[in-house]
Design a protein around this ligand. Structure first.
Ligand code: JEW
Length: 274
């Protein structure tokens, strides 16, 4: 897979030299190229921003440098074949949510071009222009406000790179990752432990040392359910009732969840005295 990143902060992408992505690059599994947007400016101050039409606070990234940069990056590859065409990925707080499903989709593409913005974002005409030639993904990595898209590029790149064939070693291979579509009925994962069996007077839960695989599986599932109910009630609410066995239902009811008419579970009302 080929990845290009066009940014005014190339040094922000240094982590792509490290760890999983860095190793995939060293092995030739990933071809990563980082470009300085200011290389496609022509004024003495290498200006990439200007005031917003219509007024308002902040600055907007000018379309000129982005157009020249993206044209140059696109021209540097052979994408005559439609299936080899790059996808343009633009991080923005108003994009579609970045999920494991979208990571899988992006991992299936041969070439991703990232356009992380700064200021108040990029002049809309740039996105419209490239949407006529490429698949454009405007993506949000979460409901919080970053100062620019570079950190989102690092997040998306790591989630995508680990899905590429041969990038993960056997030791860290894909298990039933939470959020992988269909994983464990969409429950969060429970806690994990390793040696020693006692650390600072804290024992590893005895069931995990019991060798009783049935009891271990049940305990892990209970812990996963408890954690999901506490941290992600939205996942419990949309859980397919067919994915829950009688024991699961008992655990949820013990935690105060109520069974609704359709078999799904409803969140107990907050702060209601019983
Ligand atoms: C994010 C890129 C570039 C992604 C996620 N644009 C914009 C914008 C910004 C702040 C508030 C409103 C709009 C700043 N900003 C970015 C923010 C990505 C840029 C400029 C981003 N959160 N924030 N998930």
């Amino acid at each position: 897979m080929r990845l290009d990143v066009v940014t005014i902060f190339p040094e922000y992408l240094e982590p792509l030299n490290v760890s999983l992505v860095g190793k995939a690059r060293a092995r030739g599994q990933l071809d990563v190229r980082v470009h300085d947007l200011r290389a496609w400016t022509h004024d003495r101050h290498h200006t990439v921003d200007d005031t917003p039409y219509g007024g308002g606070p902040g600055m907007v990234m000018k379309p000129g440098p982005w157009g020249e940069a993206l044209d140059a990056v696109l021209a540097s590859g052979t994408h005559d074949l439609p299936e080899a065409r790059p996808a343009l990925v633009v991080p923005t707080p108003s994009g579609r949510p970045f999920t494991q499903g979208l990571a899988v989709e992006l991992a299936g593409r041969p070439w991703l071009v990232f356009a992380p913005a700064r200021y108040e974002g990029i002049d809309r005409r740039v996105i419209e222009e490239y949407a006529e030639r490429l698949t454009v993904y405007e993506v949000s990595i979460g409901d919080y406000v970053l100062a620019g898209g570079e950190a989102a590029v690092l997040v998306i790149t790591e989630a995508v790179a680990r899905l590429l064939p041969g990038v993960l070693g056997n030791a860290e291979s894909h298990r039933d990752d939470s959020f992988a579509p269909g994983a464990m009925a969409d429950l969060l994962e429970g806690p994990v432990y390793t040696k020693p069996p006692e650390w600072r007077s804290r024992a590893v839960p005895e069931v995990l040392l019991s060798g009783h695989h049935g009891r271990i599986a049940r305990w892990r599932r209970d812990e996963a359910l408890r954690r999901t109910g506490r941290n992600r009630p939205d996942l419990v609410e949309r859980c397919d009732p067919g994915a829950l066995d009688a024991h699961d239902r008992a655990v949820l009811e013990e935690l105060g969840w109520r069974r609704l008419a359709d078999g799904r579970f409803g969140r107990p009302p907050d702060d209601v005295e019983e």
